[in-house]
Ligand binder design. Structure first.
Ligand code: LLP
Length: 424
């Protein structure tokens, strides 16, 4: 059941009508449902129950502290990609010992910070990174737990910008180089070779490519074991897609079913080939935890009828939600108050660029002053927001039943230039 539903023709988030949120907090505002967030996390957690597993939420999808706190208290670990994200986890009360650190360009400072906090594992993406981490750990008198991100070379069948596991990608170590790279890592004195990981792409509706990638990792684990390199964990990455409401698109695999399929494969292999030895399975979901948890609430400023196109000009823009402009992503737009009639519009923001659009060719019954929502906007919305055109970023609220909590207030213009100075 969606936590965003119409009641008497007005869209609500859980028990709160969205016009009340617009009145209280202004627009644009990201509105999240706590119940939806926990339901999504629980789909993973419940399917993992009783197994040696850890769900490391990929916080790049949405890193608001309140969201991290809710997930941390539910037992989540975190997949981070910067020192800044680690500091967010700590500020939210998350456990650094459940943190894995992904990314191709970790700096010395970031490595040091993560080692000082004793994170669970570094997902290493290249040979130079192994050497850097070995040195940094040695200087601190520590051993860094590492996993190698391997490119299984499986086609994820998703948008090229968000496909990451192919040969031509900047990420990870080529499958054919993986054994040699592990042998080398095992020789480095300040590294503890702990795991293997991959991440082949995002918004995968069918989980078949994810399971194929898992099979390839398992092949490598066996080959490594034959050489005396024994891994403690297997990290299958993130990538499970969600339903954006795109007409004709297949329904995404359910997270619980996907996790169950992963364990079926892992357990069959452990029993047959891995001598029944324990191995922890790590998941790195981002979008499937937060995507349908949020909507972007916006107000119509003007309606502009043109010869070829009609424009619905709203107060949210590409700086608030970059996905349409960046990936031509189709995002669902709905009026907060249901109405009939209307016309076909491009929904655009106030930014001075033709690329500033949120939706194209949508039938909408709206007038100036009405409220609209962009649905399924909880993932890669606020985290990718910018201050282009000196626009303060949107406010963020979490609805919990009939309560609304402001979890990030709107930025003021003065805050946007407070760090700058004149040279005269
Ligand atoms: N693990 C790693 C190493 C990743 O790079 C990512 C996402 C994830 C996990 C989480 O993937 P998810 O479960 O969210 O698919 N901004 C783009 C998506 C970029 C994804 C980047 N990596 C978008 O808005 O579609």
């Amino acid at each position: 059941m969606s936590q965003f539903d119409y009641q008497n023709g007005v869209l609500r988030a859980e028990g709160v009508a969205l016009p009340i949120i617009a009145e209280t907090f202004g627009t644009p505002t990201y509105v999240y449902s706590k119940a939806q967030l926990l339901e999504n996390f629980d789909a993973y957690a419940n399917a993992c129950a009783g197994r040696d597993a850890l769900v490391c939420y990929a916080m790049k999808a949405n890193s608001n502290l309140a969201i991290l706190d809710l997930l941390a208290r539910r037992g989540a670990g975190f997949d981070i990609v910067s020192g800044g994200e680690l500091l967010r986890v700590i500020a939210a009360g998350g456990d650094p010992k459940k943190v894995i650190f992904s990314g191709v360009g970790k700096s010395v400072d970031e490595m040091r910070l993560a080692l000082q906090h004793d994170i669970l594992c570094f997902n290493v993406e290249s040979i130079p990174e192994l050497h850097r981490l070995n040195e940094v750990a040695g200087a601190l008198g520590k051993k860094a737990r590492v996993s190698l991100r391997v490119n299984p070379n499986v086609d994820p069948k998703t948008h090229p910008y968000i496909a990451t596991g192919l040969k031509a990608s900047k990420f990870g170590v080529a499958f054919s180089d993986a054994l040699d790279t592990y042998r080398m890592a095992a020789q480095l004195p300040h590294l503890d070779v702990a795991g293997i990981d991959c991440h082949i792409g995002s918004q995968l509706l069918d989980d078949t490519p994810l399971l194929e990638a898992l099979d390839r990792l398992i092949e490598l684990i066996d080959a490594l074991a034959a050489e005396g390199i024994h891994l403690h964990h297997l990290d299958v990455g993130g990538g499970l897609g969600i339903d954006y409401g795109v007409a004709g698109e297949e329904a995404p695999a359910h997270a619980g079913d996907y996790v169950t399929r992963v364990f079926q494969r892992v357990e069959a292999w452990r029993a047959e080939k891995h001598g029944g030895k324990a191995i922890k399975v790590i998941f790195e979901p981002g979008r499937s935890i937060v995507g349908n948890t949020g909507v972007l609430l916006t107000k119509v400023e003007f309606i502009k009828y043109g010869e070829e196109k009609n424009f619905c000009i709203v107060d949210a823009a590409m700086n608030d939600m970059a996905r349409p402009a960046l990936y031509q992503a189709w995002m669902d737009m709905q009026p907060v108050k249901q109405a009939t009639g209307g016309a076909t519009f491009d929904v655009v923001g106030p930014i001075c660029e033709s690329g500033d659009w949120l939706a194209r060719d949508r039938a909408l019954a709206v007038e100036a002053g009405d409220l609209l929502v962009m649905k399924t906007a909880g993932a890669y919305g606020m985290t990718m927001a910018s201050n282009y055109n000196t626009r303060g970023r949107a406010a963020e609220v979490i609805v919990d039943g009939d309560q609304v909590h402001l979890v990030r207030r709107r930025e003021t213009p003065e805050e946007l230039f407070a760090l700058e100075s004149l040279i005269r």
